[in-house]
Design a protein around this ligand. Sequence first.
Ligand SMILES: Cc1cc2nc3c(=O)[nH]c(=O)nc-3n(C[C@H](O)[C@H](O)[C@H](O)COP(=O)(O)OP(=O)(O)OC[C@H]3O[C@@H](n4cnc5c(N)ncnc54)[C@H](O)[C@@H]3O)c2cc1C
Length: 352
Amino acid sequence: MRHVTELFDITIIGAGPAGLYSAFYSGLREMKTKIIEAHPYLGGKMNVYQDKIVWDIGGVAPKPARLIMEDLIQQAQVFHPTVVKNQQIMTITKEDDQFILQAKSGEKHYTKTILLATGYGIVTPKKLILKAGKPIEAKNVYYHVKAMQDWQRKRLVISGGSDSALEWALFLQELGAQVTLVYRKSQSELKAHEATITKLIKNQIECYFETEIEDISMDAEGDFVKIVHLVNRKTNEKHNVEVEGLVVSHGFESKNPLLQQGVLGIELMDEYYVAATSKGEANVPGIFVAGDLAQYQGKVHLLAGVFQDAINAVNAAKKYVSPKAHERGYVSSHNQLFEEKNKKIKKDYQIE
Ligand SMILES: Cc1cc2nc3c(=O)[nH]c(=O)nc-3n(C[C@H](O)[C@H](O)[C@H](O)COP(=O)(O)OP(=O)(O)OC[C@H]3O[C@@H](n4cnc5c(N)ncnc54)[C@H](O)[C@@H]3O)c2cc1C
């Protein structure tokens, strides 16, 4: 049965940087666009490093990731796509020439083309799990660190040995916190860049290596962690550290059940990435891919890479829907779509 109501030209799955920029570009290509995100918020993985200063996007001055993410969200909305949050797409089927996407909630979405922009899937920080087997949650247990918080003179334990654990340790020390780093392996097994390790030592951050968090003691109300109990796995030596905060940086878990099911015969590479042409086409006609999920020779799995992917994938989707359409979008400032908006921008920048 054909579904003609609310049939979209393109439905983008995933509202990280690749999906957001694709939504802007498909609007520019005058495609009826829907973008669907599993989380209740947009921005993808950038949400986990909001306070990191991003240096490596051409033409963008170094600034916190949060600000770049906010700009991407704003840009995605220029052409008013339909934005659906809090819906994880679980299956894709095809009837005649329409794709049907079904969310976990049961809701269905109908579309002529699909742009997969699911990155490494739904990414969540790995939680600290102790003896009781339940993930530890408390008002002062942090799985992301926010610069805006007042860390001055706070006594903190940071658990982890990766670049982000060490960067958080250095960053929080700079903000005035008293930091102890705990890592279950030896110093030589730290998984961080050597410059970061050198700085950790130079800054005399207290470190316990080959040590794990064995237990925690909570306050009387059960809201805050008061003491972190450490144990050295080699010597069994124990230390108790009184804390005002516990930062856990044990990496991320990512789930992408949508693609693990071998949906519609989409070809994967290394069991995970979608094999794409450099124009963002998957092996299934009508399905396109952009961002971290895509793999092709020379693919850049960074923010700079997602923008080129998005343009190519949307242009290919446009040609699929309207074979006579131009190869590329009309990005000239003379494009009528920008005419009204340009008037205001020119006024703001005092351009005649
Ligand atoms: C800690 C960290 C620091 C980084 N620092 C930099 C840096 O300094 N510079 C740089 O260039 N890059 C950096 N990166 C990489 C950069 O963030 C990624 O390249 C970029 O986020 C990829 O964008 P994406 O849209 O392809 O994927 P993602 O950002 O992963 O977005 C994918 C989105 O799809 C959603 N999704 C997944 N599955 C479904 C589904 N079934 N249904 C609905 N929605 C779904 C997810 O919830 C997510 O919002 C960093 C990455 C990390 C983790």
